[in-house]
Structures are given as structure tokens and as C-alpha cells.
Design a protein around this ligand. Structure first.
Ligand SMILES: [Zn+2]
Length: 183
């Protein structure tokens, strides 16, 4: 189970991630990871020198107005954001992972994530060729994972669609419904 979650959450472009969600019902166009925060005000911090900073900022704002809310640039942080240049050594353009790992799932205790032990990352090598809105879409997608949402392949118009060919740069109504169901 844990290994499957690792694949779902970490492989933005891997075929395995589609296989992992293929058996999930698609009627409600959101899926959940099986872990979430124990509170609805979720603090997120990104150091301002990072080149990814404006994308994380805009992506966090795009998730506003929900029952589960991102408290942007608040410390101590439940999760942090950064960018790395990993070239093609990984398949992901963005990842949500345990702090300091390449792509391991964050620790989950009693159905809740452990504050401070999660980070969201943009692989700058791959996203630097993207448009600004597409980069923001990858960032917002990772924040969706950080809420507790899993991939959903029902439509390219869903933010949690697993590939960067998604047609939205922020949460759609189905994505928001998923977060409101979680918190
Ligand atoms: Zn993803």
C-alpha cells in the first residue's frame, strides 16, 4: 500500500501512476491519498530567494476560499516548497515527498501527516521550458497532493490529472470538492 502511494504521489509523468488510479471509481472526480493533516489551516513556507517562489505563491492563492486553507508563508510550516534541477534523472516535473528525500512518501501517523516532514518540489530542468501558467499548474497540482488528493484521470480539466497536458493551472470544481470533503 505504501509503495503504491509513493508511485501515485511522486510520478507526475509515469505510466504507473495511471495504473495505480485506474481501478478507482471516477464518478466523483477526485481521489484521496489516505492521509491528510489533522487541522484545516495548513501552513506552507517557501524561501523567497527560490526561483520557484512566485509560482508557489500564485498556486497557493489559487487554492483559496476552501475549508482546508493554505496559510501562505507561515512558519513553522507543515510543508515547505523548493525547486531542484534534477535533469532527466527523475521522471517528475513536480513531487510531494518526505523532507530531504528524492521521492519517498511523507510519513503518515494515524491517518495524519507529521508537521514539518513534507516538501513540494519543482524539477526546474523540466519545467523551465514551460509557460508560466503551466509551471503554476504543476505547483498547484503538488499542493493538491499536499492537501491529501490523489490523481484523477477523468478529465484533463482537473488539476489532479496526472500529466502536464492538463488544461488548467489551478483547482477545478472537482478538485475543490475533494479538499472540502477532506477538511
Ligand atoms: Zn501528481
Amino acid at each position: 500500500m505504501k509503495r503504491r502511494f509513493v508511485r501515485v504521489i511522486s510520478s507526475a509523468v509515469a505510466a504507473l501512476s495511471v495504473v495505480a488510479v485506474a481501478n478507482a471509481p471516477q464518478a466523483a472526480a477526485y481521489n484521496t491519498l489516505g492521509c491528510k493533516w489533522s487541522h484545516s489551516g495548513i501552513s506552507f513556507y517557501v524561501p523567497s530567494p527560490y526561483i520557484s517562489y512566485p509560482y508557489w505563491s500564485n498556486a497557493a492563492a489559487s487554492w483559496g476560499g476552501l475549508d482546508g486553507r493554505i496559510l501562505w508563508n507561515t512558519r513553522p510550516a507543515d510543508f515547505t516548497g523548493l525547486n531542484e534541477s534534477r535533469g532527466n534523472t527523475v521522471s517528475w516535473t513536480g513531487v510531494t515527498r518526505a523532507l530531504g528525500t528524492v521521492q519517498s512518501f511523507p510519513p503518515c501517523s494515524g491517518g495524519h501527516w507529521v508537521s514539518g516532514q513534507m516538501e513540494v518540489v519543482l524539477n526546474w530542468t523540466l519545467v523551465s521550458g514551460y509557460s508560466s501558467s503551466k509551471i503554476q499548474g504543476v505547483a498547484a497540482h503538488e499542493i493538491g497532493h499536499a492537501f491529501g488528493l490523489a490523481h484523477n484521470t477523468a478529465s484533463t480539466g482537473i488539476l489532479m490529472y496526472p500529466y502536464d497536458s492538463r488544461t488548467v493551472s489551478g483547482p477545478a470544481s472537482d478538485d475543490k470538492a475533494g479538499v472540502n470533503a477532506l477538511y
